[in-house]
Design a protein around this ligand. Structure first.
Ligand code: GDP
Length: 239
């Protein structure tokens, strides 16, 4: 992942081909699942991943964002819970549902194996433009969150944190949790942003969509493509 500067979305959107316009999240469709990093679909275009300890509210957030009741349930299909699930939004734009741990008593060896896959995904996936990290507002910054933040920092991967189920707290305590979490993550500077989110009350959607839109139309992908020398293409691979 290469670091990109924050650019005004509207400015560069004018220069994007029409199919690379802001995604319509309601058009999300299940694409495929990967049991291992090596099974991910081609690493092209734009990708944003969602991660959270199980029960953090990830399925509810994805369903609410895409306005599809069943979409994230795909990830719940037995056998798919420990898979990386990919959803297409538009040409070359994908949402990715990363596995979380929690209620399932997963043996340590299995957890370790998964940790390696997640770390590989975060550090090596070129199309990954940012990570949405979901954490219950009533107990944020779990061990899982800290681990994801460490990997993201190592990979210089931008993180947008959703403090979920914000409706469970009154406005004052919710706001003060937001400020506390921001302060705790301030050492990460612009790499991390934090907001309150409620799938139930449909709060925080605009803020989330603004971040996703920016990541999923990140111009540097096009610049990378233009930089590619056609003579570099491997004729055997193309054949
Ligand atoms: P996941 O395991 O991270 O996918 O979590 P889910 O989306 O399944 O949510 C876990 C539980 O939290 C479920 O009982 C949801 O109904 C509940 N939940 C999720 N989002 C919200 C929210 O915004 N507000 C409230 N009050 N409950 C929520």
């Amino acid at each position: 992942m290469q670091m990109t500067t924050t650019t005004n979305c509207e400015d560069y959107e004018k220069n994007l081909p029409p199919e690379q316009a802001r995604p319509d999240y309601r058009r999300a469709e299940f694409l495929t699942s990967a049991a291992k990093f090596s099974q991910c679909p081609p690493d092209e275009g734009w990708e944003v991943a969602f991660a959270g300890r199980s029960n953090a509210g990830k399925s509810s957030a994805i369903n609410s964002l895409t306005q599809q009741k069943k979409l994230a349930r795909t990830s719940r299909t037995p056998g798919r819970t420990q898979l990386i699930n990919f959803f297409t939004l538009g040409p070359e734009q994908r949402l990715v549902d990363l596995p979380g741990y929690g209620y399932a008593k997963v043996p340590k060896a299995v957890k370790d194996a998964w940790n390696r896959q997640l770390e590989a995904y975060l550090s090596e996936r070129q199309s990954l433009r940012g990570l949405v990290l979901l954490s219950d507002v009533r107990h944020p910054l779990t061990d899982f969150d800290q681990q994801m933040l460490r990997w993201a920092e190592q990979a210089t991967m931008p993180v947008h944190m959703l403090l979920t189920k914000s409706d469970k707290l009154k406005r004052g305590p919710a706001k003060s949790t937001l400020l506390t979490v921001r302060a705790k993550l301030s050492h990460l500077g612009e790499l991390v942003s934090v907001q309150l989110f409620s799938a139930l009350k449909h709060e925080g959607h605009k803020e989330l969509i603004a971040v996703l839109d920016r990541w999923l139309t990140d111009q540097s992908v096009l610049e990378d493509l233009m930089d590619e020398d056609p003579m570099d293409e491997d004729p055997i691979e193309k054949a």
